[in-house]
Design a protein around this ligand. Structure first.
Ligand code: PLP
Length: 409
């Protein structure tokens, strides 16, 4: 097990360290609940049937060559990706107000969005302070991505450790108190690492404040389909903000999780403007930034996703695949909850395991309890007690529940 667990457990690189320690552990019943990638019920990486079909069709197609894509990526991919997140009937798309650029997965979309704001978002709150509000906690890489381009990340209250739920009051107070036209990063669904999302009613109130204050919404959408199993439902918050029209925003989109294309680096940045003229200017500036950074995005994964998004049968299969992944995670939530509350009668309230959404659950354990899980139980998790539900299987969930029970007693 890890020797340097305390003090270095939720940093940007710690997940990779945790995985390396897991790999090196020879204990038979070891469990990896650190990794943020989907695993099947045998604990193995999963190649989606829709992806398998698309990639074999692609490889068999002799007309496919290896020329460069354009600077902004494969147009059929970016336009289908925009429709996926904004809706096929999106007014913003119809009015030509969406600039979509293919990126190096979600990380690249966050980076390109950050560079774009750093150069062009010149409202006073940003121009002087050069800061972005991020949820406390958030995906560890957010801080690094913004610091890298000279934007200062500032925390806003999000998660309340006492209630193991959203600190809605703290969050909305910060929105209200921030200078007008501040930039706030929002997780579109399945908040990482807490699994705690606002309800639709709360999203409406949040959008009202954005509209009132003129804030800029920087949406990060890494889990569309993973939260509920329904691609449209998970896009609800983004679509609600876009429909408000007056809220300036962008969306970072990743296909790593929902298409299982982690290593192919497929993603997109969509910037929604107020007018088609502004949109044209935004698009050309995004292209200019992209040229100096990566010249041209990678082709293979984008072609696979384009096929899935534009072919009726493949799309239907993909919807099934996404539902299956989300469904397995939801089943694991129920199993863990049932074991703790019924079989082990573990002290405490475990409702949050069922309420939280997406790949991750925040168990609400302290560092020492996490340390015992790791060192004595060989259960690998970050010390903020975030577990990846995808690491649970019908074979190991009881073992994990028994150890949670042990460390909380
Ligand atoms: N944003 C969030 C909140 C994430 O959790 C992740 C992945 O874990 C990403 C973005 C980006 O991932 P990728 O670059 O693999 O698409």
């Amino acid at each position: 097990p890890l020797t340097s667990y305390a003090g270095d457990y939720v940093t940007n690189n710690s997940i990779f360290k945790l995985t390396a320690s897991y790999e090196a552990d020879s204990y038979k019943q070891k469990v990896n609940l650190g990794v943020g990638a989907y695993r099947d019920n045998n604990g193995k990486p999963y190649v989606l049937p829709s992806v398998k079909k698309a990639q074999s069709d692609l490889i068999a197609d002799e007309s496919v060559d290896h020329e460069y894509l354009s600077i902004t990526g494969l147009p059929e991919f970016t336009s289908a990706a925009a429709q996926l997140i904004l809706g096929a009937d999106s007014l913003a798309i119809a009015e030509k107000r969406v600039a979509s650029v293919q990126t190096i997965s979600g990380t690249g979309a966050n980076h390109l969005g950050a560079v774009f704001l750093q150069r062009f978002y010149q409202y006073q709150a940003f121009g002087v302070d050069r800061q972005i509000y991020i949820s406390n906690p958030t995906w560890a890489n957010h801080k690094a991505i913004f610091n890298q381009v000279g934007i200062k990340p500032v925390d806003y209250p999000y998660y309340d450790a006492k209630t193991i739920a959203l600190d809605f009051e703290g969050f909305t107070n910060t929105l209200k108190q921030a200078k007008n036209q501040s930039v706030f990063l929002l997780h579109a669904c399945a908040h990482n690492p807490t699994g705690v999302d606002p309800t639709q009613e709360q999203w409406k109130q949040i959008a009202d404040i954005f509209a009132d204050k003129g804030h800029f919404a920087f949406f990060d959408c890494a889990y569309q389909g993973f939260a509920s199993g329904d691609l449209d439902r998970d896009a609800w918050a983004v679509r609600h903000f876009v429909a408000r029209k007056s809220i300036p925003l962008l969306i970072c989109q990743s296909f790593a999780k929902n298409a299982g294309l982690y290593g192919e680096r497929v993603g997109a940045l969509h910037v929604v403007s107020a007018t088609p003229e502004q949109n044209a200017a935004v698009f050309s500036q995004l292209a200019a930034i992209q040229r100096s950074e990566i010249s041209n995005p990678p082709a293979f994964g984008a072609r696979v996703v384009k096929m899935i998004l534009t072919d009726k049968a493949l799309f239907a299969q993909w919807q099934k695949d996404v539902k299956e992944m989300a469904g397995r995670i939801i089943t694991m939530r129920q199993s863990l909850f049932d074991l703790l509350t019924k079989k082990f009668e573990t002290p405490g309230n475990w409702d949050h395991i069922l309420k939280q959404i997406g790949m991750f659950t925040f168990l609400g354990l302290d560092v020492n309890q996490c340390k015992r899980l790791l060192e004595e139980g060989h259960i690998y998790l970050t010390a903020n007690s975030r577990i990846s539900m995808a690491g649970l299987t019908t074979n190991n969930v009881e073992y994990v529940a028994s150890w949670i029970d042990k460390v909380v007693r």
